[in-house]
Each structure stands twice: as C-alpha cells, then as structure tokens.
Design a protein around this ligand. Structure first.
Ligand SMILES: Cc1cc2nc3c(=O)[nH]c(=O)nc-3n(C[C@H](O)[C@H](O)[C@H](O)COP(=O)(O)OP(=O)(O)OC[C@H]3O[C@@H](n4cnc5c(N)ncnc54)[C@H](O)[C@@H]3O)c2cc1C
Length: 283
C-alpha cells in the first residue's frame, strides 16, 4: 500500500492526477471503519489532513456567502462565526458522533461518503449549497442536488478533490434536528433541516435518512408559501402545523432496516419538521 501525504493542495491535485483511483482520506472516521471491516481495500491512499487550504473557511466580502473547506473538522463549526452565520450547520455538527469524531471528521468526508444519514447533508441541501471540486487542470462547481446521486454515491470524478462547499448566509431562522436510537454517538434514523429566508419569503426543508439520498420537500415548501406570508412571522395554527408535518412525511421515502421501520421514520420526520417550523415562528 502506498500513502502519499501532500502538504499543499497543488501537490494533492498532482498526486490525484497521477493516480486517479487512489483513495483520499481526510479524518478517516468513515474510511478507516470500512477498511477495518474489510469493506474496502485501497492499494493507494492520498492523505489530505496536512493540507491547510482545505481546513479553512471564508466569508464573502459582501457577507452574502460562506465557503467552508472540505477538511475543516466539525469541531470548528460548533460555535464562533460559522455557528453565527449558518446555525443549522453548527447544530448538525454538534450532533455528529463524539468530540473525538468531531475533531477529525469533516464535511468533505460526509460528502465523499454521501450516506443519506450524513448529518451535514440535509443542511447543505436546504441551503442549496454548491460543491467546489478541483482537478489538476480544472475546477468546477456542482449543486449539492446534482452532487448526491444515490445511496453512498456522488458525482465526483476520478482525480477530483472536493475542496470546499459554498452556501448563502440567509436572513431568517434555520435549524436542524435528528432522531436516533439513543441521545448521543448515534447515526440518524431520521433528520430534518428547515431554513426560512425572510427576505425572499421562502422556506426550505430537507430530510435525511428517509430515502436513498437527501430529500428536498419542494411540494410542501410551495404549499406553505401559499398558506402564509413567510416574509414575516405569522400565527401558525395547530391544524396548519399538523398538515405541514403530514405533507413532509408524504414526501419522505423511508425503508425498514436494522435501525428503524419506515413507519417510524415517516412519523419522526412529521414531528421533527413540525417542531422546527414552530420554533422558527417563535424566535
Ligand atoms: C463512532 C462514529 C460516529 C459517527 N457519527 C456520525 C454522526 O453522528 N453523523 C454523521 O454524519 N456521521 C457520523 N460518522 C461518520 C463520519 O464521522 C462522517 O461521515 C464524517 O463526516 C467523515 O469525515 P472524514 O473526514 O472522517 O472522512 P474520511 O473517512 O476521511 O473519508 C470519507 C470518504 O470521503 C472521501 N473524501 C474525504 N475527503 C475528501 C475530499 N476532500 N475529496 C474527495 N473525497 C474525499 C474519502 O475518500 C472517503 O471515501 C461517525 C463515524 C464514527 C466512526
């Protein structure tokens, strides 16, 4: 097995172009589990952990967007500027594994694995984030909705490195909630991110772990915008909240598996989304 440990992005891109099938590793919190269980047997590895360019974040000059490096660990998102500008991402980051996992695991790794239960992914979906990919001689930006193509499948091409993700800084409430089989160190059984853009008068709802990939509930988003003026807080009646949750549940596509039943997952996303909407209107 060969392990290349580049110290800057250019050297990593060069290594990836010379060996496009080499396996990247960032924090290793997904990959090492797979290797330990013999689910993957990479022959060549490119370790990205020592690349400072991947471990930064940047707020645009106009403060309209934030770009987060693929290798920035969750621990750096839990509070500070990122939590202020993208609170739903901070909430999701705080739910990931344990402090040890959060100081190694990254958004790039969550995107690389592309599990429907990945906690950062519903937030990126609800914010219509863009994924920035680079190869030695080119770069491209892909919408998160086109990046995630199926269960643990994404549209990254051989030789490409996920360098960062860019998302808007939204004026309005946003939040993330998940349900698991216990309170901590748990992979989502169902999760939900809700973002209200008070300036555009729009809501975005994305669900995790209830379909082959993250689900955006576009029908319910349109329906709610017709029921109420999302540019300002308004009274949400019990029946409106109830119907909102039911509509969200109908847009989910859960399955029965070792973590839960489809029926429980459908119920969970109805409750999570309803609570998030209620909170959005209280703040
Ligand atoms: C005990 C434990 C608890 C966990 N709990 C949670 C949880 O609560 N929520 C959750 O979402 N996840 C959880 N995970 C999974 C994991 O921590 C996350 O998915 C994390 O985001 C992975 O990041 P990483 O940097 O460690 O990825 P790695 O393991 O280094 O890589 C994962 C995949 O992404 C690819 N990759 C990584 N970086 C790049 C890049 N820059 N460009 C191209 N490809 C790249 C790798 O090649 C690999 O295929 C847990 C894992 C463990 C072991």
């Amino acid at each position: 097995m060969s392990v290349v440990v580049p110290r800057n992005l250019h050297d990593a891109l060069k290594a990836a172009s010379e060996n496009p099938s080499a396996q990247m590793i960032q924090g290793g919190t997904d990959l090492m589990v797979e290797i330990n269980f013999n689910h993957r047997k990479p022959t060549d590895i490119i370790a990205l952990r020592r690349i400072p360019e991947l471990r930064t974040y940047e707020i645009s000059k106009s403060s309209t967007h934030i770009t987060i490096g693929a290798g920035l660990p969750y621990q750096k998102m839990e509070d500070g500027e990122i939590a202020r500008f993208v609170p739903a991402l901070a909430q999701a980051a705080r739910t990931v594994g344990s402090p040890q996992i959060r100081s190694a695991g990254s958004i790039g790794g969550n995107l690389g694995t592309c599990s429907p239960a990945g906690d950062a992914l519903p937030v990126l979906s609800a914010l219509d984030a863009e994924i920035n990919l680079q190869s030695l001689n080119s770069s491209r930006t892909v919408s998160i909705h086109d990046f995630m193509v199926g269960v643990k499948r994404n549209s990254r091409q051989p030789g490409e490195i996920i360098v960062s993700t860019t998302m808007p800084i939204v004026s309005g409430w946003q939040g993330y909630s998940k349900v698991g089989v216990r309170n901590a160190m748990v992979i989502s059984v169902a999760s939900c991110c809700l973002v209200i853009d008070r300036i555009a008068g729009k809501i975005a709802v994305a669900l995790g772990a209830v379909g082959p990939t993250i689900i955006r509930c576009r029908e319910t988003e349109r329906w709610l915008a017709q029921q109420t003026d999302l540019k300002s807080k308004s009274i949400m009646t019990h029946s409106l909240l109830q119907e909102f949750g039911e509509r969200i549940a109908k847009e989910s596509k859960p399955i029965d598996d070792h973590r839960s039943t489809a029926a429980y997952r459908r119920h969970a996303v109805a409750v999570l989304s309803k609570r998030l909407l209620q909170r959005a209107n209280e703040k």
